[in-house]
Design a protein around this ligand. Sequence first.
Ligand code: ADP
Length: 156
Amino acid sequence: MKKAIYPGSFDPITNGHLDILKRALEVFDEVVVLVADNQNKKQRFTVEERVLMIKDAVKEYKGVKVDSTHGLTVAYAKKVGATHLIRGLRAVTDFEYEFSLAEANRFIDSSIDMVFFMANPEHSYISSSAIDDMHKANVDISKLVPESVIKTYQKK
Ligand code: ADP
């Protein structure tokens, strides 16, 4: 059974993230969406809120688990028997960041490899920060994020 981790901040999860997840599920039997608790990044939603929004968004998907970690993604992957990390690429700027991240991960544990999916052009402009900016500017984001994100914004 081929198992992969899709790690990220998911702050909040967007339809761009979900597109990558669906495509990863065509390659892997199981994908764990892993919310990384990165204290260096400004947090819009708590880790618990992010996990709940993702769980609701993927409730009809088969082969998906949702979890969070404070530690290294590769360590988590090793612990649960995953062989690959999934990431998405939107633009050249993503490539540079992802390239150095991949090199760092390879240094930490070369037995875990990375798989990259090119963003669907329909979603390539969507980022969690753009979603947050649009929400604050009262732009309708309902076509860009799952319903659970809209509901959680409404509660805040
Ligand atoms: P991180 O803080 O780890 O970069 P993000 O939640 O911003 O976490 O992104 C997680 C992964 O999903 C990254 O590989 C990112 O490039 C990818 N990603 C984010 N938004 C999109 C999108 N709209 N289309 C495709 N991939 C995306």
